[in-house]
Design a protein around this ligand. Structure first.
Ligand code: GLN
Length: 215
C-alpha cells in the first residue's frame, strides 16, 4: 500500500524510514495531485504555523480535508496533531480541523518541554517509548475521540474514526507499533474504497455536537 507523507517541512524522512521498514511504499506529498492513489497520509512534526501556511499556499489544505471527508486515513504527529485539531491555542491559529480536539501549543513547561518517557498505551501490554519535542497538550477531546494513551492525565495518542494523532514522535524510536497501527487503519480505509474519495463513509464528526466535554 502507498502511504503519503506531507513533505513540505519538518521530519518527514524519519517517517519514511519506519514505513519502508514495515513494507509500505512511501510517496512524498507536496502537491494535491500527490494524494491520488495513496492509502493514508502522515502529517509530520515540525512547525505547525509554517506547515499551515504552506498547506494553504499549495492548496493541500482543501485537498486533505476532501481526502478525510472521503474516509481517508490521516495521522498527525506533534505539529501534525496541531494541524488536525479543531481548535488551537497559545496562540490561536488556523488548522485543518479534522479531529474534535483542542490543543495548546508548546504546553509543557521549560524543564519538561522535551524528553523521553515510557508510557502505557491501549495498543498492547508493554509500555511504549515516547519522544516529546516541544509538544502540544491535548486539553480537550470530544466524546467520539478515543484516548489510546495519556501523560499526566492528558491524552497523547488519540483516534477518531480514521484520523489519528500523537503529540510525541513515534518516528524517532525503533518501535514501529504506532506506524503499524496506522497502516491497519489505512488498509481499512482502502478496503472501504476511501482512496477514491467516493465510497468511503466519513467517520469524521463534522458538527460540533458533543464537543467541549473534556476527558
Ligand atoms: N512546537 C511545534 C509547534 O507548535 C511542534 C513541535 C514538533 O512538531 N516537534 O508547531
Amino acid at each position: 500500500m502507498k502511504i503519503g507523507i506531507l513533505a513540505l517541512q519538518g521530519d518527514f524522512e524519519a517517517h519514511a524510514r519506519v514505513l519502508e521498514k514495515l513494507g509500505a511504499e512511501v510517496v512524498y506529498v507536496r502537491t494535491p495531485e500527490a494524494l491520488h492513489g495513496i492509502g493514508g497520509l502522515i502529517l509530520p512534526g515540525g512547525e505547525s504555523t509554517t506547515h499551515m501556511n504552506l498547506l494553504e499556499e499549495t492548496g493541500l489544505d482543501e485537498a486533505i480535508r476532501e481526502m478525510a471527508a472521503g474516509g481517508g486515513a490521516v495521522f498527525g504527529t506533534c505539529a501534525g496533531a496541531i494541524l488536525l485539531a479543531r481548535e488551537v491555542k497559545q496562540p490561536a491559529q488556523k488548522s485543518l480541523g479534522l479531529m474534535d480536539i483542542t490543543v495548546v501549543r508548546n504546553a509543557y513547561g521549560r524543564q519538561l518541554s522535551s524528553g523521553v518517557l515510557n508510557l502505557e498505551t491501549k495498543l498492547r501490554e508493554q509500555p511504549l517509548e515516547m519522544v516529546f519535542i516541544r509538544a502540544p497538550i491535548i486539553e480537550k477531546a470530544a466524546k467520539g475521540v478515543e484516548v489510546l494513551a495519556e501523560r499526566e492525565g492528558k491524552p497523547v495518542l488519540v483516534q477518531q474514526g480514521r484520523i489519528m494523532a500523537a503529540t510525541f514522535h513515534p518516528e524517532l524510536t525503533d518501535d514501529a507499533a504506532i506506524h503499524r497501527k496506522f497502516l491497519e487503519l489505512a488498509a481499512s480505509a482502502h478496503g472501504a474504497g476511501a482512496s477514491n474519495g467516493k465510497r468511503g463513509a466519513s467517520t469524521i464528526a463534522k458538527s460540533k455536537k458533543g464537543y467541549g466535554k473534556s476527558r
